[in-house]
Design a binder for this molecule. Structure first.
Ligand code: LLP
Length: 420
């Protein structure tokens, strides 16, 4: 459930009509609903009611806006970060260092050092050498770094290939059969408190069975490691729960997910950790755009909007579907192509789709754009970086500015020898 609904024929976010935001901020613009974020955070946490000891670390990569983080911090969420930049955001949003988990396949030595100095709560190691280096950096500081080893359970998550991470040929984690030997070598290192296992098999999962298969393998590994004398107190189950992008998508509910987790992990006796991203933020945001032209096409008209692939990259990258809806529907539909102004054929959001009929100057939204939207934006074609607005009840605030061409140009230099 979310707080995006038509009232008096106009799409509202909570109590704010979207045209009011377009008038104040312009388009394109991402608009998030604080109420929806809070609701999703609570529903996810409630779904895990059957898990006695847990830590929920929101995967910041999904939507790292400071205001969004603050809403989730206020709900008691920690953070899963994959760079020092994300760690700095989490800290800036008021998330305590101890509630931060550092994931990521390419953490640099400088990043490991910075995270140790910040006192973050856990490192999820992606390879044995990373554990050796982290242990040395921690020992130099007189610390023991809390860590898990991320294993790759070799499970096909049955999602888009580019967001599937748990098959043996993927770059993530260590092969599950090699984990016990690595544990034997890493656990004795002085600077390391190797306390558990982490996994994450992919994103936008619409079926629980690959997750259950992965978790079952992790359970067997936990038992095996304990049998070998290791102390296992934490297991990080990652993120991955899908969200509905279109009416036909029926993702498992957080309650279904939580029930499966409680059942599979009933005798693990560990603190379970979770890294949800999309399920918290996805349906809490829209990308609002204005129709620039409706251009006659050969098969269907092209609705050329002022948002483009640089603002919302998911369609070009993963052939993703985002519902397109008029902010003030005219009451009829047409079959159209929806495209942005960028000079690439791939800058197309939909082909031959039946949508609300729109005319030039109309406002429209791409739905389910709260996760992996603004954060993946670029300035390709020297387009301004898209701004972000947070709605909370009847209030709204610009929570990220539109970064205009002047600011981008100001960050560039022409060297003296070329300046003439
Ligand atoms: N934990 C780890 C280690 C991850 O790699 C990810 C996502 C998450 C948690 C959060 O997963 P979620 O709950 O959001 O599924 N840009 C792509 C998605 C990339 C996901 C990367 N990892 C997209 O727009 O679909």
């Amino acid at each position: 459930m979310d707080h995006f609904a038509y009232r008096d024929g106009v799409l509202h976010v909570e109590d704010v009509p979207l045209p009011a935001i377009a008038e104040a901020v312009g388009t394109p613009v991402y608009v998030y609903s604080a109420g929806t974020l809070r609701r999703h955070a609570r529903v996810f946490k409630d779904g895990l009611a059957g898990v006695p000891r847990k830590h929920i670390a929101y995967a910041i990569k999904a939507n790292p806006n400071l205001a969004v983080l603050r809403v989730l911090a206020n709900e008691g969420y920690g953070a899963d970060v994959v760079s020092v930049g994300e760690m700095k955001r989490a800290l800036a949003a008021g998330i305590p260092a101890k509630d931060i988990v550092f994931s990521g396949v390419g953490k640099t030595r400088a990043e490991l050092s910075a995270a140790l100095d910040a006192g973050i709560g856990q490192f999820n190691l992606e390879l044995e050498e990373e554990g050796v280096v982290l242990a040395a950096l921690a020992a130099e500081r007189g610390l023991r770094a809390p860590a898990t080893l991320r294993v790759n359970p070799d499970v096909d998550a049955r999602t888009h290939a580019k967001i599937s991470t748990g098959r043996k040929e993927n770059k993530f984690g260590v092969p599950i059969d090699q984990a016990p030997a690595m544990f034997d070598r890493l656990a004795p290192l002085e600077g390391l408190d190797l306390r558990g296992i982490a996994t994450h098999i992919g994103s936008q999962l619409l079926d629980l069975s690959p997750l259950e298969a992965a978790y079952t393998r992790i359970g067997a590994l936990v038992a095996e490691l304990r049998g070998a004398g290791h102390r296992i107190t934490h297991v990080d189950l990652g993120g991955g729960l899908g969200v509905p992008y279109k009416a036909a998508d029926v993702p498992p509910s957080p309650a279904d997910y939580g029930a499966m987790v409680a059942r599979v992990t009933a005798d693990w006796d560990v603190e379970l950790m979770f890294e949800p991203g999309r399920v918290i933020a996805g349906n809490a945001g829209v990308l609002m755009t204005e129709v620039v032209w409706v251009k006659p096409g050969v098969l269907h008209p092209y609705v050329i909007v002022d948002a483009a692939m640089n603002d919302l990259a998911r369609v070009a990258l993963y052939d993703a579907w985002h519902d397109f809806q008029a902010v003030t529907p005219r009451g009829d539909h047409f079959t159209a192509n929806i495209a942005g102004p960028v000079c690439e054929t791939g800058d197309t959001f939909a082909m031959g789709r039946e949508v609300d009929r729109v005319e030039s100057g109309d406002l429209a939204v791409f739905r389910t754009a709260g996760a992996y939207g603004a954060t993946m934006a670029s300035t390709y074609n020297s387009r301004p970086l898209v701004p972000e607005v947070l709605v909370d009840g009847d209030r709204f605030a610009v929570v990220a500015d539109r970064v205009a061409a002047e600011a981008l140009i100001a960050a560039e230099r022409v060297p003296d020898w070329l300046a003439g």
